[in-house]
Design a protein around this ligand. Structure first.
Ligand code: SAM
Length: 165
């Protein structure tokens, strides 16, 4: 795969391949997925198409305007959750197969707490997928593995996939 040069171009390149990225996680039929910092649903909406009616995608964002497309998507298995600006995830322990942290960690003062929340809500053997936009991938890998995840592989060198131990 030949990547575009700039970070901005890479973000757009990735967004155009959202479904392929999610299939690499993999997000699959029947899965329960949480997308923290979902924004306009670039990944949450195709994730909902992949999990289908037997699955669910919890799309969390603290900005109601930014997540309007998610709120209005009218997809039964896509649940929009307006966050309170903290890093808490209002889901039960071990309830999710997959967690997504795409282009959001750089927005958070306390990255460790959202990674710990992902560790709490993802079941053992589930996957945390991280797109560390604007951040050093090695540093993020150290932080995520320090919270009880194992680095598995990546998508195009841009998105890191971790297994929840
Ligand atoms: C750059 S956007 C990325 C959106 C989406 N993940 C994507 O890749 O297209 C970052 C999003 O994170 C959200 N965000 C930042 N801090 C948050 C927090 N504490 N809780 C929930 N969402 C947050 C912002 O509102 C914004 O929509």
């Amino acid at each position: 795969m030949t990547l575009p040069d700039t970070e901005r171009e890479q973000k757009l390149w990735l967004a155009e391949r959202a479904r392929e990225v999610l299939e690499s996680v993999p997000v699959k039929a029947g899965d329960e997925v949480v997308d923290f910092g979902c924004g306009a649903g670039t990944y949450a909406i195709p994730a909902a198409e992949l999990v289908g009616e037997s699955g669910i995608v919890h799309a969390i964002d603290c900005d109601a305007d930014r997540m309007e497309d998610v709120t209005k998507a009218r997809i039964d298995c896509l649940r929009a959750i307006l966050g309170d600006g903290t890093t808490e995830i209002p889901l039960a322990d071990g309830s999710c197969d997959v967690g997504l942290l795409y282009d959001v960690l750089q927005k958070l003062d306390d990255r460790a707490s959202v990674i710990a929340e992902m560790h709490r809500v993802i079941r053992p053997g589930g996957v945390l997928s991280v797109y560390p936009m604007h951040l050093d991938a090695d540093e993020i890998t150290r932080e995520v593995t320090g919270e009880g995840f194992r680095l598995r592989d990546d998508y195009a060198g841009l998105v890191l996939h971790f297994v929840r131990e």
